[in-house]
Ligand binder design. Structure first.
Ligand code: ZN
Length: 314
């Protein structure tokens, strides 16, 4: 009943056009699905990922053109990190500088080189150099050469008042284990994953005590989704959440590409449990992922109005 790790991360952006341009052109990710926010169909929902949109490679956005800037603080996701080949740290540092993104000097975390920077909405991102991943799949249809392309998510860092209650859920419900401590950072790794060896398998918690709370806005992470193999695995996790942690979990929602439940973890971060199936090729051929605006069945009758409402991105 354990989770294989992170399924996706969802964040809030401002301008849809700027968001799309940054993640595809600058970071070289594939737009694997262009749809709308199922709870707010006048807003886009962009999914970026690897060549096939594998779970663990996905970062998604709700772009709200007039969203206020978020404020970093306690009770939220502080940073989202991607994996790059170890030898690509220099390439990426140069690429980010050339695009005016002012990355921090590379630092070492648990022995790996890490470059941190912010996206145009102020979202904190990092690239982690990982050895031995050069042959892993990646999207190579963009501007970033295949040898340097991002290979999925590395980790998220949660900034929390205290680590304990959230750690209990990661370990007891999702099957993660504590695998290291460095400075204020406590590292948790999904079951069966070795070090940085697999996509989306690391959650770091930093304890900040009574520091200022975060406030969601553009540049903030909205939620973190964890993987469940199927409905039965998801139901097992919900049962443990309820029985052992007193969590209040939503009913299952059909998100077309996965089925989800949501709960607020004790540290304040919204968590989701998303099934691996059916995936992004359910309504679009694998070779044309992200090209057409896809709507769930309940909105198809309103396609013309929805298309007229959505901001221009091309
Ligand atoms: Zn989600």
């Amino acid at each position: 009943m354990t989770s294989k790790g992170i399924h996706h991360v969802t964040a809030i952006a401002g301008s849809a056009r700027r968001n799309l341009d940054f993640y595809t052109a600058t970071l070289g990710l594939r737009l694997v699905k262009k749809t709308v926010n199922f709870d707010d169909p006048g807003t886009y929902h962009f999914y970026f990922g690897d060549d096939a949109g594998r779970p663990g490679s996905i970062l998604t956005f709700f772009p709200w053109e007039h969203a206020d800037e978020g404020r970093a603080g306690v009770g939220e996701t502080q940073e989202t990190a991607f994996r790059i080949p170890e030898a690509s740290i220099g390439y990426w540092t140069g690429r980010l500088i050339a695009r005016g993104l002012a990355p921090e000097l590379p630092e070492k975390r648990f022995g790996a080189s890490v470059i941190s920077f912010k996206d145009p909405d102020g979202m904190r991102l990092a690239l982690v150099g990982v050895p031995g991943i050069d042959a892993e799949p990646a999207w190579t249809g963009g501007e970033v050469p295949a040898e340097h392309a991002i290979r999925g998510l590395h980790s998220v860092t949660l900034l929390l008042k205290e680590a304990g209650p959230t750690a209990a859920i990661l370990t007891d419900v999702f099957g993660f284990a504590e695998t290291g401590r460095e400075g204020t950072r406590i590292r948790f790794t999904a079951a069966g994953a070795e070090g940085d060896g697999q996509i989306g398998t690391i959650v770091d918690i930093r304890e900040a005590g009574g520091f200022l709370s975060g406030r969601q806005g553009r540049g903030s992470v909205h939620h973190i989704a964890f993987r469940a193999a199927d409905d039965a695995a998801q139901a097992g996790m919900v049962e443990r959440l309820t029985a052992h942690h007193g969590a209040r979990v939503t009913g299952q929602r059909d998100r077309n590409y996965f089925r989800s439940v949501y709960f607020r973890e004790p540290g304040g971060v919204l968590f989701e449990i998303a099934t691996d199936d059916p995936g992004f090729a359910v309504d679009e051929a694998p070779e044309s992922l992200g090209e057409a605006l896809k709507l769930p069945a309940q909105y198809e009758a309103h396609r013309a109005e929805i298309e007229a409402t959505l901001p221009a991105v091309a």
